[in-house]
Design a protein around this ligand. Structure first.
Ligand SMILES: *[C@@H]1O[C@H](CO)[C@@H](O)[C@H](O)[C@H]1NC(C)=O
Length: 415
């Protein structure tokens, strides 16, 4: 019962618009011609798998709906060969809405309504169906669950007056039940994954995922670019905490967050991974750059914290940061490394914290697994995650030395 697969000559879809990726340390001169010809070669030769959107019929009867009340959806590419009983669930990311206005706005986008979702998505990186692009997971059942609740699949409330539905938790539940009925009930191995807001969702739901699967199933979780730190911004304020507090308050998340955490910390703190990851019982892998681009832009130096825009050049391209800005970013990295201390002490957990300026490295082919992909200790992201998932090595705890020591980065440059 293989669902319709559209194999298209690819337009390489970058997850962020207007972003250029440079290989290497990228501080030197840029070989534009080589870059363009490389891109053209990719355009001509790579066949990207396009997987159609399926709406979850009947989800509305269980109250599992997007912000605007439409049905949630997913993209599934069936496993084959030795992978038929293996399942990868990838939770889509895409920020959060944190007040009435931003949620009302979100209702009119693919992040809040399935009416606006792409009818098919490119499956690349960890979602690719080709062994040369995705060593260990290419023949698994691979699912991308769309994100349309605005709160990392965590809420369960609604705003009657504004017809806003905060039903991420129900979407999560109904979606997992759907996948179980589609064969995940027989899974012998499974991996819950996600990037950005989806990476946070993977952290929030990891132990639940474990419990929803048969106890005989090997279950692990991966969070890509989900380590959002409770950091102080460039003005000395707490931009991301304010945003998270908005999400938690608006969607009334208090009751949905880990009670282990809320027993001793305020609810907003319990939406921050640093206060959650060491209590997760299921094996977990944290993949994150130490200088996460999204966090630099939205948490450390958002316009509200930098009204004069003196961080704009540095934010867009790390090679334009001056020494005091780099120092600020090094402190951020220190906080990142420190926050992983206790998580890291567990043998079953894995880490890949590379000193790069990027955000989400598992779904993009160039960062997940390509000839020149980012590496730590000689292993690319796909190899490190595979080594950890399949217990091929004793431990994968890779934390890079500080910038600028890594020459394998694919840094994001915003133009
Ligand atoms: C770095 O740039 C910032 C913003 O323009 C400025 O305030 C600071 O003084 C600069 N520091 C150095 C060491 O040049």
């Amino acid at each position: 019962m293989r669902s319709l697969l559209l194999l298209c000559i690819a337009v390489v879809l970058w997850s962020l618009a207007a972003v250029v990726v440079r290989s290497g340390s990228s501080d030197g001169f840029r070989d534009t011609e080589a870059e363009i010809s490389l891109l053209e070669k990719k355009l001509i030769t790579s066949e990207v798998l396009m997987v159609p959107l399926t709406l979850i019929q009947g989800a509305d009867s269980k109250g599992a709906v997007c912000l605007d009340g439409t049905l949630p959806g997913y993209h599934l590419d069936r496993g084959f060969g030795s992978g038929v009983n293996s399942w990868l669930i990838q939770l889509e990311g895409g920020g959060w809405c944190y007040n009435h206005r931003s949620c009302v706005y979100r209702k009119t986008s693919r992040r809040g309504s399935s009416n606006f979702m792409e009818k098919a998505l490119a499956f690349t990186g960890i979602l690719s169906n080709k062994p040369q692009e995705n060593l260990d997971f290419f023949n698994w059942n691979r699912v991308k669950l769309r994100y349309c609740d605005g709160a990392s699949f965590a809420g369960d409330s609604q705003d009657e007056a504004s017809q806003l539905f905060y039903r991420g938790q129900r979407i999560w539940q109904v979606a997992i039940e759907t996948f179980l009925s589609l064969g995940m009930q027989q899974a012998n191995q499974a991996l819950l994954s996600g990037c950005s807001a989806g990476g946070l969702a993977s952290i929030l739901h990891c132990d639940e995922f474990r419990e929803l699967l048969p106890s005989s199933t090997k279950v692990k979780c991966l969070s890509d670019a989900g380590m959002f730190l409770d950091a102080v911004d460039v003005s000395g304020g707490h931009s991301i905490r304010n945003m998270f507090q908005g999400v938690v308050t608006l969607q009334n998340l208090q009751k949905d967050l880990s009670s282990t955490c809320t027993n001793h910390l305020d609810p907003t703190s319990c939406f921050f991974p640093q206060n959650l990851v060491s209590d997760i019982k299921t094996p977990m892998f944290l993949l994150n750059t130490a200088y996460d681009s999204w966090q630099i832009q939205q948490s450390l130096a958002p316009p509200t914290a930098d009204p004069g825009g003196i961080w704009n050049a540095c934010k867009a391209d790390h090679s334009h940061c001056n020494s005091s800005q780099i120092q600020f970013l090094q402190e951020f990295r220190n906080q990142m490394v420190l926050s992983l201390n206790s998580f890291s002490s567990s043998n079953q957990n894995g880490l890949f914290i590379n000193s790069c300026f990027a955000h989400c490295q598992s779904e993009r082919q160039d960062t997940w697994f390509a000839q020149d992909s980012p590496q730590l200790y000689g292993k690319r992201v796909a190899e490190s995650v595979g080594d950890w998932y399949f217990d091929r090595v004793n431990t994968v705890k890779n934390i890079d030395c500080p910038y600028p020591c890594d020459t394998t980065c694919h840094n994001l440059i915003f133009e």
